[in-house]
Design a protein around this ligand. Structure first.
Ligand SMILES: Nc1ncnc2c1ncn2[C@@H]1O[C@H](COP(=O)(O)OP(=O)(O)OP(=O)(O)O)[C@@H](O)[C@H]1O
Ligand SMILES: [Mg+2]
Length: 239
C-alpha cells in the first residue's frame, strides 16, 4: 500500500447511551502528513483516536488504518518496575532491541537516563520516553492524544520542537489532538476542527517552517480557527 493513505475513514458514526459523538465522519490522512485535530472538550477527539487505534469497536462506518501505527497518550503510561530502556524496548522482539532503545532515547535526548527507573523522571522526561517507545516502532502513523497537556509551558514548547524535528527526520504521518491552536499551527500541514460530531473545518497551513506566530498569515489562520471553535477573544484570554 505504498502510495495509499495511512488512514481512511468513511461514514464513521459512534453512539454512546447519552447520544451520538461522531456523525458520518470522513477523514483521509496521506503518508507523511502532519494533521492536528482541535475541538472543544467532549467533542469526541479521544473517541476518534481510540477508534483509529483499534481500542474501540467500529459498529457503523469503515475505518482503514495502517497496521504500523502507535499511540502516545496524555500521560506516559510507563511500567514503574521496568527500567527506562526496557520500557522503550517493550514488545520489540529483535536481538538488537536494547541498541534500538538506546538510539530512540538518544533521539529524545535521554540517552543518559537509559537505566533510570520511571519514577525518578520528570513529567517532561517521562513523556519523552513515551515518544521514544513510539519511535522505536518506526510507525507510519503516530497518534498523539494531547501528549503535552500536563507539562509546564516551557517544557511544552521544547516538546513541540522535538516532535516537529522527529517528524521532519522520520516523516511518519501524525494525527495530533490538542487544545492549543498555536501548537496546531506551528506543527501541522492541516488543522481539523471537530464539532457536533463532524469535521467542521479542514484548513491547510500553507506556511513555511519554522513558523512565526506573529506573522500575518499565522494570525489570520489563528483567528479563523478561533471562530471555528467558537472562542471569543475574552475566552481566549481567560484560557
Ligand atoms: N466509554 C464511554 N461511554 C459513554 N460515553 C462516553 C464514553 N467515552 C466517551 N464518552 C462521551 O463521548 C463524548 C466525547 O468524549 P471524548 O473523550 O471523545 O471527548 P474529547 O474531545 O476527547 O474531550 P477532552 O478534550 O475533554 O479530552 C463525551 O460526552 C463523553 O462523555
Ligand atoms: Mg480527550
Amino acid at each position: 500500500m505504498n502510495d495509499s493513505p495511512v488512514l481512511r475513514v468513511r461514514n464513521l458514526t459512534r453512539r454512546f447511551a447519552a447520544g451520538v459523538v461522531l456523525k458520518s465522519l470522513d477523514l483521509t490522512i496521506e503518508r507523511g502528513e502532519f494533521v492536528a485535530l482541535l475541538g472543544r472538550s467532549g467533542s469526541g477527539k479521544t473517541t476518534l483516536l481510540r477508534t483509529l487505534a483499534g481500542l474501540d469497536e467500529v459498529s457503523e462506518g469503515d475505518v482503514q488504518v495502517s497496521p504500523e501505527s502507535t499511540v502516545v497518550y496524555q500521560e506516559p503510561r510507563l511500567f514503574p518496575w521496568k527500567r527506562v530502556w526496557h520500557n522503550v524496548a517493550l514488545g520489540v522482539r529483535t536481538p538488537d532491541a536494547r541498541r534500538r532503545a538506546e538510539a530512540a532515547l538518544g533521539e529524545v535526548e535521554l540517552a543518559h537516563r537509559l537505566n533510570a527507573w520511571p519514577l525518578t523522571l520528570s513529567g517532561g522526561e517521562a513523556q519523552r520516553v513515551a515518544l521514544a517507545r513510539a519511535l522505536i516502532r518506526e510507525p507510519e502513523l503516530l497518534l498523539l492524544d494531547e501528549p503535552f497537556a500536563s507539562l509546564d509551558a516551557l517544557t511544552r514548547t521544547r516538546m513541540q520542537g522535538l516532535v516537529g524535528d522527529l517528524w521532519a527526520r522520520h516523516r511518519p504521518a501524525v494525527l495530533l489532538v490538542t487544545h492549543d491552536i498555536d501548537e496546531a499551527l506551528l506543527l501541522a500541514d492541516r488543522v481539523l476542527v471537530l464539532s457536533e460530531g463532524r469535521l467542521e473545518a479542514d484548513l491547510r497551513v500553507d506556511l513555511p517552517r519554522p513558523r512565526d506566530d506573529g506573522e500575518t498569515r499565522f494570525v489570520h489562520l489563528r483567528r479563523t480557527l478561533r471562530t471555528a471553535l467558537g472562542v471569543t477573544d475574552k475566552q481566549a484570554i481567560a484560557a
